[in-house]
Design a protein around this ligand. Structure first.
Ligand code: IMP
Ligand code: MG
Length: 358
């Protein structure tokens, strides 16, 4: 009757570890590695649809961010709602760090039909009409910095001065109010998956970006954890999204920027989701990518827009389908960042992706 009475400790440990690996769904933070618009919305939507986390939570500044999500022939542009809304079973949350524009939020909630499953932290800061007016007319913000004019800078300033309203004081938001950290930490305690989507990008972080040509808050992974109320010990993975050809909207230094003529010649012109402004386009910046991966504590890289390096790779969903040129580029990105490239986006639609996570 040996085995029943005789517990082999090392074996038990291995067994528990294996079970834990199988049932443990990690908490993942996704952030932008360059100047925003790296394709975070698409990657988040893919991860949400594929991994089916219990919760998708949004961190970041506020409605200055625009994410684009394409599923089949449907195209969505989002400014407040998490891009992971495409996973129909997921609870959707907006963390306390995020600024809320109540009318933008309500409009998106009704147009995406997600009323029953979205929650807004009761402590979110509120963007008022006066913040938007100030952002649009202020010579420094609009003129020099090239803000999006969505009121985020003035609203964050008012918040720092402790003059702004919180979500719990706004009647229009009453039905959505919740305690985001409480919900997320409970989900994590049950070993269930949480996906946290960051907005903006590393280069426009208030702390680490090209100050003063930056947004009104830090944009790195640690900030996203704070925004939704989880501690650093609760984060399993950090995905940093890099674009093969980085872009920048608004003013500020952009070391690898190319001329408009060059971008036109390569057929890679782009326009902003929120502002419709023409985006400045640049070449791959390995030095910036390495610094960004370091400060974000990246555990994996998601690389977007490889179909712009070689259009023949558009829509590829396996590594084998990629051309030598793209495979070499992926190797270069890994060499520059010292981080494995685990997701390779080959087009805007969510199925156009190579997933190497195994
Ligand atoms: P603000 O965040 O609206 O104050 O704008 C400050 C700077 O950050 C401007 O250069 C904006 O174009 C840029 N910015 C803010 N949010 C985003 C974003 O989501 N993507 C790209 N650029 C952004
Ligand atoms: Mg964007």
């Amino acid at each position: 009757m040996g085995p029943l009475y005789h517990i082999n400790l090392p074996h038990l440990k291995t067994f528990c570890y294996t079970i834990n690996k199988v049932i443990h769904m990690p908490s993942t933070i996704l952030v932008g590695g360059f100047f925003g618009d790296e394709g975070k919305g698409k990657i988040i939507a893919y991860l949400a649809k594929h991994d089916e986390p219990d919760v998708v939570a949004r961190g970041g500044v506020g409605p200055n961010a625009g994410h684009t999500v394409e599923v089949g022939d449907k195209k969505y542009a989002l400014r407040m709602v998490p891009s992971g809304f495409v996973c129909e079973s997921a609870r959707l949350l907006i963390g306390a760090g995020v600024l809320v524009n109540p009318s933008v939020l309500r409009e998106e909630v009704s147009s995406f039909g997600i009323k029953g499953r979205i929650g807004v932290d009761k402590r979110c800061g509120i963007i008022e009409e006066e913040h938007i007016e100030e952002d649009k007319k202020d010579a420094h913000l609009k003129g020099k910095i090239g803000s999006t004019g969505s009121g985020c800078g003035p609203a964050n300033a008012a918040r720092a001065l402790r003059k702004s309203r919180q979500a719990k004081e706004v009647k229009e938001l009453e039905e959505f109010l919740c305690d985001v950290p409480q919900e997320i930490n409970e989900v994590l305690a049950r070993g269930r998956g949480v996906l946290i989507e960051g907005t903006q990008g590393f280069g426009i972080s208030l702390l680490y970006g090209t100050y003063p040509f930056v947004t009104s808050k830090d944009t790195t992974a640690s900030q996203m954890a704070t925004d939704v109320g989880i501690g650093p010990t609760r984060v399993d993975d950090v995905v940093v999204v890099f674009k093969s050809f980085p872009t920048r909207v608004g003013e500020g230094p952009f070391e690898t920027q190319m001329t408009e003529e060059k971008a036109a010649e390569l057929h890679i012109e782009e326009f902003g989701t929120v502002t419709r402004r023409k985006r400045r386009i640049g070449k791959w910046d390995g030095k910036m990518a390495a610094y960004s991966a370091m400060i974000n504590g990246a555990t994996m890289v998601a690389l977007s827009g490889v179909d712009r390096i070689d259009p023949s790779c558009k829509g590829a969903s396996t590594y084998e389908e990629l051309s030598k040129e793209v495979k070499d580029f992926v190797a270069k990105v890994e060499h520059d960042t010292h981080v494995p490239v685990k997701l390779i986006s080959t087009g805007p639609e969510i199925s156009e992706i190579v997933d190497l996570r195994g």
